[in-house]
Design a protein around this ligand. Sequence first.
Ligand SMILES: *[C@@H]1O[C@H](CO)[C@@H](O)[C@H](O)[C@H]1NC(C)=O
Ligand SMILES: *[C@@H]1O[C@H](CO)[C@@H](O)[C@H](O)[C@H]1NC(C)=O
Ligand SMILES: *[C@@H]1O[C@H](CO)[C@@H](O)[C@H](O)[C@H]1NC(C)=O
Length: 827
Amino acid sequence: MALNGFLDLMLMPCLCLLMLVVRDAQGDVSYSFPEEMKPGSVIGNIAKDLGIDVKRLAARKARIDTEGRGKRYCDINVNTGELTVAERIDREEICGDEVSCVLKFDLILEQPLELHRVSLQVEDINDNAPVFSKDVITFEIRESAVRGARYRVNEAHDADIGQNTVRGYVLEKNEHFSLAVNTNNYGRKYVELVLDKEIDRELEKEIKLILTAVDGGTPPKSGSVTIHVNVLDANDNAPVFSQTDYRSNLPENPPLGTIVVTVSATDVDEGLNGKVTYEFGRISGKAKKIFSLDQGNGQITVTGHIDFEEASIYEMTVEAKDEFGLSSEANVLIKILDINDNPPEIFLKSLHTPVPENVSPGTEVGIINVQDKDTENNGQVRLSIQQNVPFKLVPSLKSYYSLVVEGQLDRELVSDYNFTVTATDEGSPPLSSSKTIHLLIADVNDNHPVFEEQFYNAHVKENNKPGSSVCKVAATDSDWRQNGTVVYSILPADVNGSPVTSFLSINGDTGVIHAVRSFDYEQFKSFKVLVLARDNGSPPLSSNVTVNVFIIDENDNSPQILYPSLEGNTFMTEMVPKATQSGSLVSKVIAVDADSGQNAWLSYHIVKATDSGLFTIGEHSGEIRLQKDISESINIKQNLIVSVKDNGEPSLSATCSLYLLISDNLAEVPELKDMSYDDSSSKLTFYLIIALVSVSTFFLTFIIIILAVRFCHRRKPRILFDGAVAIPSAYLPPNYADVEGAGTLRSTYNYDAYLTTGSRTSDFKFVTSYNDVTLPSDLTLKNVQSSMDDLSGLDGDTFDSSKVCFFTDILIRILFRLIIIFFSFAK
Ligand SMILES: *[C@@H]1O[C@H](CO)[C@@H](O)[C@H](O)[C@H]1NC(C)=O
Ligand SMILES: *[C@@H]1O[C@H](CO)[C@@H](O)[C@H](O)[C@H]1NC(C)=O
Ligand SMILES: *[C@@H]1O[C@H](CO)[C@@H](O)[C@H](O)[C@H]1NC(C)=O
């Protein structure tokens, strides 16, 4: 036992030195204080002694750690930095006979990991009295014993140490014996009774004495034993051991009954006097439970569990006694050898879970401590971590390891880790143990919402109901909970000068886009909006997507006929010369449709004709052609009703009337009013009559003058006409001129309209046919023209230039006829 304590004492400074060399930054601190202090008593201010900031103790999770599962005898007060007693410290229980009783703790601080070794030197107090191993000691003494004979007495044992252990012995006053206290080879005291005065067996058969042992404590404590001396009348010799020291090495965990060592002593006496018995002398309580001594043959055998980790050396004395009580003593030293019987232990000292996924590589997330109770190689431990995890172990202080993040974490890929760390010692065979660590990864808002499509196309029929859904956008965000909850909105912008919100609205939760108003294809055909998806993290992340809205045309516009005009004037009469060949172009219906595509693809049909079969109309061109040669019997006034239909579903249509006059000569023109079928033409007729009357009056006057001149001068007049009648080239109203040519179909469909514009001048052959006819004078034409301008002023809306030209043309023809009649009449 003493050796054990001695070793400890020797090793301690070496360890401290090692620590100092290895880790300059870490300080060690040592306190000395008496055993049996009340829990809560302050041992010292450890924070102050180590120079640690008291305010940061709690934040750094300061704590006292013991090795393995040992008791924690003290605690740290994180508010004051004081080291206090946590529970009863009994030096005798913890250290037994050891001279030095040192408790070792670690003070652990995190962020960064810091470890300080704390040594507590437990001082002895005199709380134990000396105790003799027996209550009664019996001696058998020969009558013939001479003065000075010595009789050995088993010493008293005091659990305390140093001053507080047995200091001296006091023997009850008597006439025969005195006390001698000696020191043996090992420096231990032993007591002998010394015979001072011979005993006469006839006077005294037995003597009783009290021996008291006193310790050196203040106040001292004592214990006593009764010595019983029997007086014999025969000679005797004490037994003698073959060795004074017995030593044995014993591997730990031996089976019960293993013989450790055999002691033997011999007695030269014959018979009963020579019979030797053995018994333990001084032996610790612990050893007494483990070893037993055979009284007869001196064999020491194992009777309990022997663990190297509990004690590595057992020391005891064995006494050999003969029947007369004469005895001698030998020392037995049993050394226990270590066997690798303890697997390493892994202690997870701290674990920061959950770990935010954005921690930088190198961040410490946990502290692991490994311990192995075995010694030397058997206690050397290596800690390893499972492969394929983004964590590594960094050896820290002594048997501590930091668990450190290695590489990037991503909760969206792996949200928790279960990995094992394995500790293996270097014994043979090696022992190992492992521990599974469960680490959760916490979410950080690091993912943008992602739309399922790169862009969205929505097709909406025009004239849609406000509130109808247009399309649905969807975005996903792989973050957790609110960091991954997506809210949709439309980014403010202008569409054709109005805010986009007056066109579309979006449901923030579902991403369904609704139309706010009814769309008109003829107003605009498409527009685009940006939809934003934002998550609910803080700060939020967002992304946007383009939604193209295409408006689909509906057949909501009927064809519009540009020529012949529907309004007002029924005198849109075409002249068809009698000599016209069959198949010739005689007129053309021009129509447009504001819709597009099929909805604007027009077809032309004759629905009613004066003489059916005489004319045909090109289904898509609207060109009216003569189908057969004109016979003499035919009605010279032809009326056609043409219907123009678009190709929409359902289709829309418009109709118009066309008047054709089959004649070479204006003289053949019947009364024009016969051709009027409706009321709208009566007004025109009226004007015409006025014009005729005024022209006639004018001519009459003119003729009178001419006649007068003729009668007076007999001169022939010269009349010239330049063919001033022209048909305007541009028939299309400006609002149809900008028809967009975006769709391929559209340009084809509008082809008719364009073609007509270009080709119409040549269609009206009758204009040139009058070129060689002469007019009376320039003046005449001018006057006619100006009178027509006046007419236009009366009804400006209905008279366009073509009509005026047409009327002028008619008027001039009539005028000519009149002049011709007049001249022939005059001749
Ligand atoms: C890890 O272990 C825990 C239980 O300890 C379990 O709930 C979890 O699902 C495991 N995780 C993985 C990724 O295996
Ligand atoms: C969302 O992310 C933030 C950091 O961006 C984090 O603090 C928060 O805990 C996360 N929320 C959830 C529910 O994980
Ligand atoms: C839309 O997203 C693009 C990148 O995808 C970004 O550059 C742009 O600024 C965003 N627009 C708005 C209005 O947020």
